[in-house]
Design a protein around this ligand. Structure first.
Ligand code: 5RP
Length: 299
């Protein structure tokens, strides 16, 4: 029986080698933090804004993420297998935003297929307090059993459905703790007031989702900073990165908060500088193009 994973022994030597190695690809051992890029939204939202063509959204961001969270469909069709990015595979689903009940998810991808895809972790949603709470928690227990057989860690996503708009420390703390009690190796939740309470009462690392796009990039950087200051081990962020007009600048600024401990102000400076550089590069390319067209037409 392998030793239970806790925040204290996380990534230490007495863990199962495979589990430890996979986790180290997601949460970096030097600072015990990670930047996971979430692009799994289509599994229940369909062609989400700015993720309509996944390859176009994902490709420029790949070099800047520590890991990538997505479904097998988008992985196989839209990510270059030659690019060495650790994959966190979403294996739960079965509902849609226009369907009856978002909480009625089941495991839809086998562990065998996940192994074939060489994944670093499996992810599934749990729906604490929702109609299918029981089914989702039992599924989590079963997935942990199966994942541990092969040394594959499980990320539990504490989903907040349509009917569950409770983003407070009491609810999220309850959901995260239950996920860890079922054996999840990592838990993803939302940032909220008193977030340190959520982190403290969850014995495994907690990462945060960004949620719907906030009004400004500065707001998203502040959210990231506050979560890290409260003890989060990183982010599993999607829309606040790729729905920005400057997604590469945004992921780099988020990464600086997570891995370099920069302040919100410093991260925002990084964002603005990279955004400016990207604009200049775009203008230069446009100028060259126009000059080429002029040269061809006047020849
Ligand atoms: C949906 C998910 C998403 O991956 C998660 O919400 C992160 O993305 P975002 O930062 O856009 O909220 O698991 O269930």
């Amino acid at each position: 029986m392998q030793k239970r994973l806790t925040k204290a022994n996380f990534l230490e030597d007495d863990m199962d080698w495979g589990l430890k190695n996979r986790l180290a690809r997601i949460i970096k051992p030097n600072d015990r933090r990670g930047v996971m890029l979430a692009v799994d939204h289509g599994y229940f939202l369909g062609p989400t804004e700015r993720l309509e063509e996944p390859r176009k959204t994902i490709t420029p961001l790949l070099p800047h993420a520590d890991s990538l969270m997505l479904t097998r469909g988008v992985l196989r069709t839209s990510v270059d297998a030659n690019f060495p990015i650790p994959v966190v595979l979403r294996v739960s689903g079965g509902t849609s935003i226009i369907g009856k009940d978002l909480s009625n998810e089941k495991i839809t991808t086998s562990v065998k297929d996940a192994i074939r895809l060489n994944v670093s972790a499996l992810a599934m949603s749990i729906f604490v307090g929702a109609p299918y709470e029981h089914e989702s928690l039992v599924s989590l227990g079963n997935l942990v059993n199966e994942g541990e057989e092969y040394g594959i860690p499980i990320l539990a996503v504490t989903a907040v459905g349509k009917e569950l708009e409770k983003r407070d420390a009491r609810y999220l703390g309850l959901a995260c703790r239950i996920a860890s009690e079922f054996g999840a190796h990592l838990v993803k939740t939302y940032y909220c007031e008193n977030f340190e309470k959520v982190v403290k009462s969850c014995p495994v690392p907690v990462i945060i989702a960004g949620g719907p796009k906030l009004a400004t990039e500065l707001d998203a950087l502040k959210l990231t900073y506050d979560a890290i200051q409260s003890g989060a081990s990183g982010v599993d962020m999607g829309r606040n990165i790729w729905q920005s007009d400057h997604p590469v600048a945004m992921i780099k600024a988020v990464k600086a908060i997570v891995h370099q401990n920069v302040t919100v102000k410093e991260a925002h400076e990084i964002f603005k500088k990279l955004k400016g550089e990207a604009k200049t590069a775009k203008a230069k390319t446009a100028k060259v193009k126009t000059a080429k067209v002029k040269a061809v037409t006047s020849a």
